[in-house]
Write a protein that binds this ligand. Sequence first.
Ligand code: HEM
Length: 142
Amino acid sequence: MALYDWIKALHILAVISWMAGMLYLPRLFVYHTGAAPGSETSETFKVMERRLLKAIINPAMIVTWLAGLYLAYEGGWFRAGWFHGKFALVILLSAVHGVLVRRLKEFAADSNTRPARYYRILNEVPTVLMIGIVLLVVLKPF
Ligand code: HEM
């Protein structure tokens, strides 16, 4: 069981890093909408966004997935009701990740057309999913 607990610790560390990035990147987009395309500020935001994605968000997501699937396999959780719920929410979170990558590419190409309000709303989605995921895995209500 010791290895299971070590992998769970790794999973939680990776989750923290992934979520930190998933909550911060749309916030950077909110500020980025206020910077004129081509301006020095806009170029700085591009660097910050790219580094956050490549250095933190992407690797953290991969480790979260690998460690999570190991836990599900080792713990025999694939048949548990709560796990199905968690899995659905985690798929949605990964889809939001994909949306963020597309938006980042638009900003990088100076082709963003969406207002700050869009990114403020997008910012709330990972928060809501995170709350659902943590409640399901900790409380295991079904
Ligand atoms: C990416 C796919 C994921 C899979 C396959 C997965 C799977 C799992 C499994 C099987 C466990 C072990 C449960 C136990 O031993 O009781 C676990 C623990 C945990 N997961 Fe995930 N997880 C994933 C993503 C996430 C995400 C995105 C979050 C948070 C936003 C999260 C938060 C947690 C927490 C807090 C625990 C520890 C729960 C406890 O020990 O009580 N997981 N995960």
